[in-house]
Every structure is written in structure tokens, then in C-alpha cells.
Design a protein around this ligand. Structure first.
Ligand code: GLC
Length: 444
């Protein structure tokens, strides 16, 4: 067997290349665009966090492409720093787009945002070439996006002043059961999919009725979620920006970003950690309600730099490695196995059980950060096996490894970054249950 990277680098490059979209857009003053679609058929537009993941992979495979994708992503940025979760550069709208787009303020882009992976993407691009000029040009708009979220998505009067998402799509984990209660989804009914579509539309209606004005939206107290994924990624994004400012000898910029990251991290660890359950949970509404369903999001605070070691150990040993919860044949399932809501099947509802590679990427990152090197390697190996078995699928059955959703899905190429940057080693061994090396895999 040849090395995983050799085998898959070519295929990953091919997927990313095939999914390139470029041209001039009549929606954006005939402006040039260049981006990678998440999937040509299913998701032909530019998506915010997807594009960031593509840049992270392309920082290894095609740095020019990564830089061009960033340029395009930032073009429609609003003056206050806001970035949309979808940019409709092309006019080819599918049924779903036709249904939802009329709710947005502009026909060229959505009025929602998405989990901020932008600083991670800028960092990957910078690390590759150390192009200081590029960094100097891009750090401002990237920082503006984080400042926008910090200033506009927190409610100062809230007891837990973390960032709020205003629609489930903003986290990127669309139909996760953690949102069921906030949206009054009745899981005992058969018609879950139609309930969810109605709920997605209702959210858009409420937002539109507020004219997308964030102060008005806060007043409604309708689906305002202090989402764990969104907040943890945001916090680490500010930390990355702080490090990048240091590279530019900008001590002031670095200090502010670090201070804000520390402030929110402290709140999140204090308010969202459930000591009894040994897991994190997000809150919704100004009354800070909690829906304690176990999803992979409960493990995401592993990416936080200052997470206390005892908490990290509980997350890892009691939950991640628990075979009744998250340690399936092909981890990490988006919902714990022993939850009623868990479903490994392909359906119109996303994030209710299957494994997604971007979440594995975050968790591997967090494991390494807190010294769980061998578990990170084990999870990486299982993630590689998924891709070898089922290709670059949108998501996977966590028990059988079967690929589901779109084929040639762009962000599943993140396995290349896991191997090249996060691990930076050749995986030439596997582990037994006690996490000791037991076997060399030929050529692996
Ligand atoms: C799905 C995912 C979302 C992603 C989009 C485009 O809707 O849930 O996170 O951004 O596809 O790939």
C-alpha cells in the first residue's frame, strides 16, 4: 500500500479542480469570481465556511487557487464586516434556492452568516508562503468580520453574553437535534422533514419581518442560539488573528484579539460546562434554555486553547472514546449513538447521526492541542479509512462507513490537511484499546 497522501492527494486535487466555478457575475457588477463549489450539482454557489475549508486544503495543493478563492469570498463583504453564508455568483438556482432566496435582503447573497473559519483559512495561506504583503492586505477585512460578530451578535444584557446565531443554517449543522426544542419540533411525529422545512421558513419569516435588523431580531427572542460550534471556532479565530498580528508587529491588534478570545472562552467554559453530565451544551433564548441532547458539538470545546485538562480528559475518555456514544466504527457521529434522535440513514435532514469530515478535523485539532496525540492519530486513521472506503462524500454512516449525500464533496478533502499539517507524520502503525502501538501497516 502506498502512503495515504500519495494515493489521495491527486484525487483531492481533482475534486477541488472539478468543482471550480469562475467567470463574470451579472449579480455583482460584472465582477470576476473564482471559487470552489461544495458540490457542482447539489451546492453550486459559494458557501462561507466551505470556501474556508477549501482554502485550508488548497494551501497545500494549490496556493494560487486558495488566494483567489479568498479574494472572491471577500468581494461581497459589507462595510460593517458582515459576510454572507451563500454568494449567488451564478444565476443557476435550484428548487431550494428558489424557495429561500426571496427572503434575503439582496438577490446576490444570503442575509445569514456561517461559522467563522476565515481566520483559520488566512492562517493556512500565510503559513505556506509567509507572504507578508498578502497578510497585510487581508488581515483587515478578515478582522472586520470577527469584530462585526463580536459587536453585533452578543446581547449585552444577556447573562451569558456569547455570540448568537439567528438561524440554524448559521452554525452550518442545519437540522441537528440540538435545535429541535428551540424550534418546537415534535420528534414523536412521523413528519419530521416537513416540520423542519416549516421551521426553516418560519425562521426566515421572522428575520425578514424585522427587516434583518439585528436589534429588532434580538427583541423577538425567537431562535437565538448561543451555539457551541460557532462560539468555539470564533474564539480560536480571534486567537489566530492575534498570532498573525504578532507576525506583523502589531502588538495592539494582537492584544485586543487575545483579550476578546479570553473573555468569551472564560464565559463559555463557566456557563456551558455541565459538570454532572461531563459535557458542554449551548443555550438558547434570553432565558438561556438548554436542550441536553448529546451531539458532536458537546465535544467541540476541545479546540479551546485554555480548556482545563480535567475537563478535556472527561470529554475524551468518558464520551469520545465511549463506544455507546461517539466511538463508533467510523467516528465521530454527529449525534451520540445512544440518543433517541440518532439516525445513520441518508435523509433530507442533515446532521442527525452521520460523520462529517470537518468536525473530525476540528476534534483532531483539539486532541492534539491537549496532548492526546495517540487518540488524534487513531481518529485520523479512522477518518482516512472512511475516505479510502467511500471517497469524498458529503457525510458517512458512522457504523458502516458508507458514503452519503453529495459525491465529490469538496471539504471532505480536509483529510489532506489532517495528514500534512496536523499530523505531519507517516501513519505507519495502529493502536489497540490501551492506545499502545501494536502493528505496522505496510507502507502506511
Ligand atoms: C450543507 C451543510 C452546510 C454546508 C452546505 C454546503 O447544507 O449542512 O454546513 O455549508 O451543505 O456544503
Amino acid at each position: 500500500m502506498t502512503n495515504f497522501v500519495d494515493e489521495n492527494e491527486e484525487e483531492a486535487s481533482l475534486v477541488l479542480q472539478k468543482n471550480i466555478q469562475q467567470g463574470n457575475s451579472s449579480y455583482f457588477d460584472n465582477s470576476n469570481y473564482f471559487y470552489i463549489a461544495p458540490s457542482i450539482k447539489k451546492y453550486p454557489h459559494q458557501w462561507l465556511w466551505d470556501s474556508c475549508f477549501h482554502m485550508i486544503v488548497n494551501s497545500h495543493l494549490n496556493i494560487k487557487s486558495a488566494k483567489r478563492e479568498l479574494e472572491t469570498l471577500l468581494k461581497p463583504q459589507e462595510e460593517n464586516g458582515f459576510l454572507s453564508h451563500i454568494h449567488y455568483w451564478k444565476s443557476n438556482l435550484n428548487q431550494v434556492d428558489k424557495l429561500f432566496r426571496p427572503y434575503y435582503k439582496f438577490s446576490s447573497k444570503s442575509s445569514l452568516t456561517q461559522t467563522p473559519v476565515l481566520a483559520h483559512a488566512l492562517n493556512s495561506i500565510y503559513r505556506k508562503e509567509k507572504d507578508v504583503k498578502f497578510l497585510e492586505k487581508k488581515i483587515k477585512p478578515v478582522r472586520n468580520f470577527y469584530d462585526y460578530l463580536y459587536e453585533h451578535r452578543r446581547d449585552g444584557k444577556d447573562e451569558i453574553p456569547l455570540l448568537n446565531i439567528i438561524h440554524t443554517w448559521e452554525s452550518g449543522i442545519d437540522n441537528s437535534p440540538i435545535y429541535d426544542k428551540a424550534l418546537e419540533i415534535d420528534v414523536s411525529q412521523e413528519n419530521l422533514e416537513s416540520q423542519w422545512i416549516k421551521a426553516e421558513i418560519k425562521q426566515l419569516e421572522v428575520l425578514k419581518s424585522c427587516n434583518w435588523n439585528i436589534k429588532e431580531i434580538f427583541k423577538t427572542d425567537f431562535f437565538l442560539y448561543k451555539d457551541l460550534l460557532f462560539n468555539c471556532v470564533f474564539i480560536e479565530g480571534y486567537r489566530i488573528l492575534a498570532r498573525l498580528y504578532k507576525e506583523l508587529n502589531n502588538a495592539e491588534g494582537s492584544k485586543i484579539c487575545n483579550k476578546r478570545a479570553d473573555e468569551l472562552e472564560e464565559i463559555l467554559i463557566e456557563k456551558c460546562w455541565d459538570n454532572k453530565r461531563g459535557l458542554f451544551f449551548g443555550n438558547y433564548s434570553k432565558y438561556n434554555r438548554i436542550n441536553k441532547v448529546k451531539t458532536s458539538l458537546s465535544l467541540i470545546p476541545l479546540i479551546l486553547t485554555n480548556l482545563p485538562q480535567d475537563i478535556a480528559s472527561i470529554l475524551v475518555f468518558d464520551h469520545l472514546l465511549n463506544e455507546d456514544e461517539f466511538w463508533t466504527e467510523y467516528p465521530v457521529p454527529s449525534v451520540a449513538l445512544d440518543e433517541k434522535a440518532f439516525s445513520a440513514k441518508e435523509s433530507g435532514l442533515l446532521w442527525r447521526g452521520p460523520t462529517w469530515i470537518n468536525i473530525n478535523w476540528f476534534i483532531i485539532n483539539g486532541l492534539q492541542k491537549h496532548g492526546f496525540e495517540n487518540i488524534a492519530l487513531q481518529l485520523a486513521q479512522k477518518t482516512f479509512e472512511l475516505v479510502q472506503k467511500s471517497g469524498f462524500s458529503e457525510y458517512y454512516n458512522p457504523q458502516t462507513g458508507e458514503g452519503m449525500g453529495a459525491n465529490n464533496y469538496s471539504w471532505s478533502t480536509l483529510v489532506i490537511d489532517i495528514q500534512k499539517r496536523l499530523l505531519n507524520v507517516n501513519l505507519d502503525f495502529i493502536f489497540d484499546k490501551e492506545w499502545t502501538r501494536i502493528k505496522r501497516l505496510p507502507g502506511f
